[in-house]
Design a protein around this ligand. Structure first.
Ligand SMILES: [Zn+2]
Length: 95
C-alpha cells in the first residue's frame, strides 16, 4: 500500500515536471520565433501542428476556428484524462 502511494506520488511529480518542461520548451521556441521543431527541421507539419492555436481559439470560445486549426484538439483532453483514470484503476486493481 505504501509502495503504491509512493508510485502515485512519483507519477504526480513526473507529470508536473513534464508540464513544466513543455511550458519552458514552448516558451523558448516562442521567444526564439520558432513554431514546431519538427516542422522547423523537416518542413513538414507534424500531427500536433495547430494544436496550440486550436486551444487558444477554444479558450476564446471560437469553436469553429479551433476545429479549423486542428480537428482533433478535444481528443487531447480525453487522452490525458483517460490515461490518468486508467492508471489509477490499474493501481487499485493491483492492490
Ligand atoms: Zn508540429
Amino acid at each position: 500500500m505504501e509502495q503504491t502511494e509512493k508510485m502515485v506520488e512519483k507519477q504526480k511529480k513526473e507529470g508536473i515536471a513534464s508540464i513544466i518542461a513543455v511550458i519552458l520548451l514552448y516558451g523558448a521556441f516562442k521567444l526564439l520565433g520558432f513554431g514546431c521543431p519538427i516542422k522547423l527541421v523537416t518542413g513538414i507539419s507534424c500531427a500536433g501542428c495547430g494544436m496550440t492555436r486550436a486551444w487558444e481559439a477554444m479558450f476564446h470560445f471560437h469553436i469553429e476556428e479551433a476545429f479549423y486549426y486542428h480537428p482533433l484538439f478535444f481528443y487531447l483532453l480525453f487522452l490525458e484524462h483517460g490515461g490518468y483514470f486508467v492508471t489509477n484503476y490499474i493501481l487499485r486493481c493491483i492492490n
